[in-house]
Ligand binder design. Structure first.
Ligand code: AHM
Ligand code: MG
Length: 336
């Protein structure tokens, strides 16, 4: 018997009743993000051909200008969100300021979107997995242009969050607060199809992911936790395996499926860590919580942090709940 396939579009419509308000609007917004992701995926898949077709920043043989992939992704997502009519402003890693959307389609657009259009910049040119991360909030200003206050909401206020991983296959994973579901792009039909329903992260794992090249610059509590991961102990299955891709989405996705912890702590060079609260940490923090895991800045829940600026950074410890708790314990001992 042929297996029933549920596409992302069908799934979003089936789950509309999950949303406490504005059912159709949020569905359309998610659908627009899915469409832009497919366009970005197409370009990511032919990234290696760019050198044949023309150099970055110039024109290719068809006379089209060749954009850098991260700029292309940013343009593609902003354009999809603009034409969809449900989003009134975008905060993107690629734009210093909020991008206000003049909505011809819908003057009452109620949502704002935070996005890292193409994360893992060091892996773009070398055929290693990269990703898109997004987060959706309801605007809090009543009307007119959205402003920074709409963006400086706590992660607990998110109404949807997700990521796309452009890997050996392309997947879109998202939550609206009722669990986490993953969809794999079937290139033969050009649709994201439900492949990972109700994703759960194991409570404990055997993988730790951190850029150990920064070891000397790390706080002593984090150093002690790394040493703990490396020690021999049969009851806890240590030493754990170290796995670090350098693309947050890819490292996160692997640990979500297998169990593990990803860490990007404060370092002497970056006292607030490297990763951005609004469009990297908050969306993944909500997804991991919805999958049964935890996300912390070392002291407390990421989702409870009150943002103060659009591109704010934070340390991040995210993954299997027991592992994040253990990392927090090592950090609090160091501070005591
Ligand atoms: P980017 O937004 O410039 O791509 O930086 C974010 C990336 C994350 O994907 C990844 O987890 C991290 O930077 C890796 O940083 P590092 O090279 O310092 O280990
Ligand atoms: Mg990024």
């Amino acid at each position: 018997m042929r297996q029933k396939v549920t596409t992302l579009g069908q799934f979003i419509i089936e789950r509309q009743s999950d949303f406490p308000f504005a059912k159709g609007e949020l569905s359309r917004l998610l659908r627009d993000i899915g469409i832009a992701a497919k366009l970005v995926n197409r370009e990511v898949n032919k990234a290696g051909l760019v050198d044949i077709l023309g150099e970055l920043g110039t024109t290719n043989v068809q006379g089209e200008s060749v954009k850098k992939l991260d700029v292309f992704a940013n343009d593609e997502f902003i354009s999809a969100l603009s034409s969809g009519g449900e989003c009134c402003a975008v905060g993107s890693e690629e734009n210093e300021e909020i991008v206000s959307i003049q909505n011809q389609v819908n003057k009452d657009a109620k949502y704002i979107v935070c996005i890292d259009p193409l994360d893992g910049s060091s892996n773009i040119d070398v055929n290693v997995s990269i990703g898109t991360i997004f987060s959706i909030y309801r605007r809090i200003t009543p009307s007119g242009h959205a402003d920074l206050t709409d963006f400086l909401q706590k992660g607990t206020e998110q109404v949807a969050a997700g990521y796309v991983i452009y890997g050996s296959s392309t997947m879109l994973v998202y939550t609206t607060g009722r669990g986490v579901n993953g969809f794999t792009l079937d290139p033969s039909i050009g649709e994201f199809c439900l492949s990972h329903p109700d994703m759960r992260i194991p409570e404990n794992g055997k993988i730790y992911s951190i850029n150990e090249g920064n070891y000397v610059h790390m706080p002593s509590g984090v150093k002690s936790y790394i040493k703990y991961c490396q020690e021999e102990d049969t009851t806890t299955g240590r030493p754990f395996s170290s796995r670090y891709i350098g693309s947050l989405v890819a490292d996160f996705h692997r640990n979500l499926l297998k169990g593990g912890i990803f860490m990007y702590p404060a370092t002497a060079k970056s006292p607030n860590g490297k990763l951005r609260l609004l469009y990297e940490c908050n969306p993944l923090a909500w997804i991991i919580e919805q999958a049964g895991g935890k996300a912390s800045d070392g002291q407390g829940r990421i989702l409870e942090l009150k943002p103060e600026s659009l591109h704010q950074r934070t340390p991040l410890f995210i993954g299997s709940s027991k592992m994040v708790e253990m990392a927090e314990q090592f950090i609090s001992k160091q501070e005591a």
